[in-house]
Design a protein around this ligand. Structure first.
Ligand code: SF4
Length: 191
């Protein structure tokens, strides 16, 4: 039986309702690196995976940054309204341990833009772990187009990969995977 590591959660072990403070580390409009096309990226605060070599260690703290506000949400929606913006990206920290913020924002994006804007999210959870976890995590998954899953593993670090830091991580087509009942990789994956 493999040993359960501290950053290997059991199903439902970490709940956003226990951990999230509703804080945001950063908001970056009009970026080119957090997914396909021009994007607006929100970095929510707090992550429990504690991956060695984490790209955003300060945002592991659930109190880092400032509270999510209606004003910030309105600004994100306004920025997303630009015709050249392809979509929203959720990063962290851990979006799935900040589901109250991410669900509110993603539901508003769908209400305002339908599927004319796409939603990407990064997560330290693996796909199968999310499927076994809490209803809020499943609800957020159901609002996504693309999920980049899995911990950052230094031993598998590869800076040549598209949108990923280590080769264990996958760029997953969420609607296709949910419909098929198995992971379907993003069809436009280059490397
Ligand atoms: S899952 Fe991401 S944000 Fe969390 S510790 Fe690992 S690399 Fe950092």
């Amino acid at each position: 039986m493999p040993k359960t590591l501290p950053n290997d959660p059991k199903p439902m072990e970490w709940l956003a309702s226990d951990w999230s403070q509703g804080y945001v580390a950063s908001y970056k409009p009009f970026t080119f690196v957090d997914g396909e096309g021009v994007r607006c990226s929100i970095y929510v605060s707090g992550c429990k995976f504690a991956c060695p070599g984490c790209y955003n260690k300060v945002a592991q703290n659930f109190h880092y940054g400032s509270p999510y506000t209606q004003e910030l949400e309105d600004r994100i929606i306004s920025d997303l309204g630009q015709s050249y913006v392809q979509g929203l990206t959720l990063l962290g920290g851990e979006p799935f341990l900040n589901t109250a913020v991410c669900l509110q924002l993603c539901r508003r994006v769908r209400a305002e833009f339908g599927h004319t804007k796409d939603i990407w999210s990064w997560t330290g959870y693996k796909w199968d772990e999310l499927l076994q976890d809490s209803p809020d995590k499943l609800a957020l998954l159901g609002l996504l187009d693309i999920l980049v899953d899995g911990r950052f593993l230094e031993a598998q670090k590869d800076l040549t990969l598209q949108f990923r830091g280590s080769s264990n991580q996958r760029i997953i087509d969420v609607p296709a995977s949910l419909a098929a009942g198995t992971v379907k990789i993003w069809p436009r994956l280059v490397r």
